[in-house]
Design a protein around this ligand. Structure first.
Ligand code: FMN
Ligand code: SF4
Ligand code: FES
Length: 631
């Protein structure tokens, strides 16, 4: 008889894989019963499926069952990405032989190891051939002339006789959208710089000099989010450890109106309550510091300015929901921010604020920093969890949501950097204080990253709900001299574009949703006159196409088809048929894609068709680009 069940092997999982046959292992059947079972054979190289001999049948006779084994040494499994990172650090790439050895050592099938290594953009499967420059081609850098800068850089390298020793290519947003054009030089990230200066830098590196590091941007002081400017730090944590008023914490967060700041805007207090109420001894807390959407860099500023608040928010979250282990998932391009965070974490460990026996109590919360091997999709919460588990970062179908079925299948509280950073101030100053900070019926404060055609790009702490015009013209100093505002993206690449006539719209969740846009990741990108909106939409759709994980067809083929259609219109014009195709593709992708990437990917072009229809129709029907960019 073959029945399907799930068991968890407690010990010796890796040893079992060596010679599965005949071993008796302690295990737990899915109903929770403890037992021992003899493993008969594995079904294939796939280590997930085994056949066991089950002697627990009524007559005591062995019964064969097909089972799905789940290792409970999952933290070891999750080591795969760290192992790959250290191999790459050692060799400069991932040699095939080293991958075979790794598979052998971890007792994993080679295809699993290769499947993970080949998924992430940060892992290289071939040896680098000289100096590598990757120029950011995305929204804010595109507006700053990334295309012409790349061409000029090629010329500068030729001129400096660097020709065959340098490879120049494109990359996705590097999180330095405030100082375009950003580029990565042998993995070191730089902001700005002329082509000639970059060529000189390459010459110096090739002569053996160390790659210089740019300093972190100036940290703003006087942030309202920081409740400790005149008070004892970590007061919110001290109070919680002393009073254990967990339900009150949740009630305060709910009353404050704090919403998730990573994009979806889910009410934070409700999420904390869900995770707290799910039964279970093992829970996790995860801080999403992946921040990879073009135009978005607010979390980078928070990570290096108020790392303690982010960590305190996480610990408060962990204690409230009953988690003892937490991870900060940070993008690898934020190496300097990671170092700042690591220092803050170490100091907090020394001061007994995190780790075992927090502030002398019996409460434990361990926090680890996990460096992402890359890709925008890793920021999607379930893809992120897959990456933390050592797998390819492909989003899961939802439901179940991470709150009930998260990391390693356990209830997991996952919040954005900014969401966690707000918590200490809200708990200390109260829900009413936070609520009262908003404008235009919105509750609270918001960090907005402003980039594109503005005089003072940067991160601004503002009341949630301020008009976009206030951010762009008052905080950002308006557009460069001689330019006027043509459009703006109110919430990052996935929020599409709105016309300048709507610039007084409040930057808050509801108002933007009403016009078919969103606050998204809090990235406002100003677009000046003389920019072609078709070219801009194509640029953003390309980003989504490049970053699609490929798991589901509508997104994988739909985004490619959109790029092809828009590219063709920009080269040779089109027909009504093309506009219908765009509409149908958009509808299908929005309705059927598994995750938010595929659902948002068409928005840049559908918003442009809606708000700049005349400009698009001139491209399609008259082969005419009013901005003089296409054809
Ligand atoms: C493609 C994609 C990328 C995302 N990237 C991020 C990210 O970098 N940081 C983030 O906090 N949320 C990101 N999100 C949203 C997360 O899935 C999730 O909603 C968020 O981390 C929850 O935290 P919050 O409730 O505090 O916003 C992304 C979503 C999608 C669909
Ligand atoms: S929508 Fe795109 S990114 Fe999301 S799961 Fe599907 S293919 Fe992957
Ligand atoms: S660094 Fe280029 S768009 Fe973000």
């Amino acid at each position: 008889m073959l029945a399907s069940t799930a068991i968890t092997i407690h010990q010796g999982f890796r040893a079992v894989l060596d010679s599965a046959r005949g071993l008796t292992v302690a295990c737990q059947i899915s109903d929770g019963a403890e037992a021992t079972r003899r493993l008969l054979f594995t079904s294939s190289a796939n280590w997930g499926r085994f056949v066991i001999e089950d002697r627990s049948s009524e007559k005591g006779l062995p019964v064969r069952r097909s089972v799905r084994l789940k290792a409970d040494n999952t933290h070891e499994y999750a080591m795969l990405i760290k192992e790959l990172q250290s191999l790459q650090h050692h060799h400069g790439y991932l040699p095939r032989e080293a991958l075979y050895e790794l598979a052998e050592r971890l007792k994993m099938p080679f295809f699993e190891v290769y499947g993970v290594a080949s998924f992430y953009p940060h892992f290289r499967l071939a040896a680098p051939t000289g100096t590598e420059i990757k120029v950011c081609a995305d929204l804010s850098c595109h507006l700053a002339g990334a295309r012409s800068m790349t061409a000029a850089l090629r010329e500068a390298c030729e001129h400096a006789e660097l020709g065959g020793t340098v490879s120049i290519g494109e990359t996705s947003c590097l999180g330095r959208c405030d100082a375009p054009v950003a580029y990565a030089l042998n993995e070191q990230i730089y902001r700005g710089g002329s082509p000639a200066a970059i060529a000189t830098l390459v010459q110096r590196l090739q002569a053996g000099q160390l790659a210089p590091r740019q300093s972190l941007p100036q940290a703003p002081d006087n942030l309202q989010i920081d409740p400790y400017r005149a008070a004892q730090p970590f007061a919110a944590l001290r109070q919680l450890v002393e009073r254990r008023h967990f339900s009150e914490v949740i009630a305060t967060l709910k009353a404050s109106g704090l919403r998730g700041m990573g994009g979806a805007g889910f009410p934070a207090g409700t999420k904390w309550e869900v995770v707290r109420n799910v039964p279970g001894d093992t829970k996790y807390v995860v801080c999403n510091a992946d921040e990879s959407e073009p135009g978005t860099f607010k979390d980078r500023m928070l990570l290096h300015t108020v790392p303690e608040l982010v960590l305190e928010g996480m610990i408060l979250g962990a204690l409230t929901v009953g988690a003892r282990r937490g991870y900060v998932y940070i993008r690898h391009e934020y190496a300097q921010e990671r170092e700042v965070l690591e220092r803050a974490l170490q100091k907090m460990q020394q001061d007994g604020l995190v780790g075992e026996r927090i502030l002398g109590s019996e409460l434990d919360v361990t926090i680890e920093i996990f460096e992402s091997p890359g890709g925008y999709i890793c920021g999607e919460e379930t893809a992120l969890l897959e990456a933390l588990e050592g797998k390819r970062a492909e989003p899961r179908n939802k439901p179940p949501f991470p709150g009930t079925y998260g990391l390693f299948g356990k209830p997991t509280l996952i919040n954005n950097v900014e969401t966690f950073a707000f918590v200490p101030a809200i708990l200390l100053r109260g829900a009413e204080w936070f609520k009262g900070q908003g404008q235009n019926h919105a509750a609270g404060l918001k960090f907005l990253a402003l980039s594109g055609h503005v005089q003072r790009p940067g991160v601004y702490e503002v009341p949630l709900g301020i008009p976009a015009s206030e951010l762009i013209f008052d905080h950002g100093g308006g557009l460069p001299p001689g330019r006027t505002l043509k459009a703006f993206s109110p919430g990052g690449a996935s929020s599409g574009f709105l016309p300048a006539s709507m610039v007084d719209i409040p930057l808050e969740f509801q108002a933007l949703a009403q016009v078919g846009s969103m606050l998204g990741s809090g990235a406002v990108v100003a677009v000046a006159d003389r920019v072609c909106m078709l070219d801009l939409a194509l640029n953003v759709v390309k980003f989504f196409r490049n970053e699609s994980c490929g798991k589901c067809v509508p997104c994988r083929t739909g985004s490619e088809k959109l790029v092809q259609t828009l590219g063709r219109i920009a080269r040779e014009g089109g027909s009504t048929h093309d506009l219908d195709t765009i509409h149908e593709l958009a509808e299908t992708m929005q309705l059927t894609s598994i995750c938010g990437l595929g659902q948002a990917a068409p928005l840049p072009i559908t918003s442009v068709v809606r708000h700049f229809r005349d400009e698009i129709e001139r491209h399609v029907y008259q082969r005419e680009c009013p901005a003089g960019v296409c054809f």
